[in-house]
Design a binder for this molecule. Structure first.
Ligand SMILES: CC(C)(COP(=O)(O)OP(=O)(O)OC[C@H]1O[C@@H](n2cnc3c(N)ncnc32)[C@H](O)[C@@H]1OP(=O)(O)O)[C@@H](O)C(=O)NCCC(=O)NCCS
Length: 155
């Protein structure tokens, strides 16, 4: 049995504060290791997208040296322009900090994200192997290298 209810959601994008972390932690595994420490620094801006101004449904981390990372939109809210809006706001933050070039890394296998970045004006400028912890079949978590493109855009 299933029932559908039509919802209408406005997403508000703004810099996160410490108060946003508990609700982000209900679905993100990045809060303790990445987002909490980022909020302590004055060279990082964590952007959150809040559904109806209340609950986080996406984020992007802006490193004021010119790097946008940790772009994510929750599954049920994709393909409606929120990812593009988070990048756009990230670029605005960088421009306001006097940065002239935005850089991001994307896994070579992530066709959807690559398409989005290209549409937003990013071009491939190099490659790298980003390493992050992945769950293994034996239940442990190990660092794994992920072949990635470096993509850049003049702001
Ligand atoms: C990559 C990601 C952030 C994109 O977020 P998103 O909110 O879906 O992004 P957008 O909606 O702006 O764009 C995605 C697609 O929706 C389309 N779209 C945008 N607005 C739309 C609208 N109003 N109606 C219908 N489609 C729309 C875009 O044209 C784009 O189409 P494409 O798949 O043909 O390229 C999201 O898929 C995600 O979180 N993925 C998992 C994490 C990840 O891979 N992050 C990137 C790491 S580098």
């Amino acid at each position: 049995m299933s029932r559908k209810v039509r919802l209408s959601v406005d997403a508000e994008i703004r810099p996160a504060t410490l108060r946003d972390l508990p609700s982000l932690a209900t679905w993100s595994g990045q809060v303790n290791a990445v987002f909490g420490p980022a909020l302590e620094r004055d060279d990082r801006v964590l952007l959150v997208a809040l559904a109806n101004g209340r609950f986080p449904i996406g984020h992007a981390l802006i490193d004021l040296s010119g790097i946008i990372s940790h772009l994510l939109v929750l599954g049920g809210f994709r393909d409606q322009g929120l990812g593009a809006a988070l990048i756009d706001e990230g670029e605005k933050v960088l421009r306001e900090a006097g940065v002239i070039r935005s850089t991001l890394m994307v896994e070579k296998a992530n066709d959807g994200a690559i398409r989005l970045y290209e549409r937003l004006g990013y071009t491939r400028s190099g490659e790298t192997a980003e390493t992050w912890p992945d769950p293994m079949p034996d239940g442990t978590v190990q660092p794994v290298a992920h072949p990635s493109w470096v993509m850049q855009k003049q702001l």
